[in-house]
Ligand binder design. Sequence first.
Ligand SMILES: Cc1cc2nc3c(=O)[nH]c(=O)nc-3n(C[C@H](O)[C@H](O)[C@H](O)COP(=O)(O)OP(=O)(O)OC[C@H]3O[C@@H](n4cnc5c(N)ncnc54)[C@H](O)[C@@H]3O)c2cc1C
Length: 417
Amino acid sequence: MESVAEFRERARQWLESQASYRTADTTTQRWGEGEFSVTVFHDVSDAEEIEHVGKYKAWHHTKVAAGFGAIAIDPAWGGLGLTKAHDAAFKEVEAQFDVPRDHEIISVTSKLIAPTIEEFGDEAQREMWCRRFFQLDEFCCQLFSEPGAGSDLAGLSCRAVRDGDEWVIDGQKVWTSTARISQYGFAICRTDVDVAKHAGMTAFLIPLDAPGVEVRPIQQMSGGASFNEVFMSGVRISDEMRVGEVGMGWKVALTVLGHERSSSGGSSRGGGYDELVMLARHVGRTDDPQIRQDLARSYTMRRVREWVRAGAAARAKATGSSGPGGSITKLMWTIEMAHTSAVASRLLGASLTADTGEWGTFAWNEHVLGAPGYRIAGGSDEIQRNIVGERVLGLPGEPRVDRDVSFAELARQQRGG
Ligand SMILES: Cc1cc2nc3c(=O)[nH]c(=O)nc-3n(C[C@H](O)[C@H](O)[C@H](O)COP(=O)(O)OP(=O)(O)OC[C@H]3O[C@@H](n4cnc5c(N)ncnc54)[C@H](O)[C@@H]3O)c2cc1C
């Protein structure tokens, strides 16, 4: 297999033939020059979002054709079958070039849903969906959370009832990111109410243009509406859209969530140390001892997260399981984002809340308002701490008094019956 260093060099040469170096790169960016964005959630219209995703998709297909796309993916699904280290090396070089930027829907489709179908789907489903989702031909969002089931996902009540070769789905999902621009939703539904809640769930792929599906946007405080409510009334899907055995939905869901934690822990979304240093220089605070401490902390957090993530990836490769490593890096990322928000706020004072038109100042507002979202998405900070407490530190588990009670009985108890 080609070494990572050789692959990186070959990738750089190819990228140089395709695009120019990014002038607005933060390592070379100068105050007032180019575009400045530390946005966590983009505030764009559906049309702009579809255009952005379309450009990324076209760029992805160019990479695939040149042998630089789907790098760590199985050749059976059009990938190169190289290692995650090759993938990371390509991404590192690619980030220096002016090419279409990644989007949340890309990682949900190709890093969360596609590998889960690869693991739980039958042969026909793998043939049908893996290539499609790994290659970003179509997109899939995650239909897990409900108004009454978030952290306690196993309490979900969206029903799927079998009717011959079909399933009929009724219920509501919420906080569904990218549902308006996805063709499919990967849903966990309740298929048996007479067994304990973790045992009565099943996973399905739902075409979002099926009759009975209604997607309604939810407005965010940072602007934009990247997530949605999804209502399903009498939605009929074939049994071929069931992923995994009936009753295995909890295991499937945990696999998706494990991939989600691992991939979000590596995010650089919303900027961080480089942008803070540039801002501190501009406002003349780099001699301030408090700010110096803040910046040192920001740099340290980023570096330690990178190392912890590399360790977790190596362990996952060796053991075949991502384990609690993803929870640690996801938590480190959200703590780092909160620190970035706090330092930017200290540096900017009132300029954070009043748009004076000055370059690189009010834009931080979108970071401060967006960052808290990721303390909740993909499992809240408290839930990640529970996982680390129980599975890394070996602390006593949370009381799980409802573990052996059937879902129907729990529902009766909740109604006070
Ligand atoms: C930006 C964003 C994007 C999202 N995208 C999607 C998506 O695409 N698809 C999807 O299905 N969902 C999505 N979600 C939903 C997300 O997964 C849930 O919001 C999350 O799991 C928390 O559930 P909840 O909102 O019901 O809060 P709750 O579970 O009601 O929690 C409320 C509070 O109680 C705390 N808490 C709950 N249980 C415990 C416990 N056992 N110990 C300690 N503290 C606890 C929580 O940490 C939180 O602070 C998204 C959310 C956000 C913010």
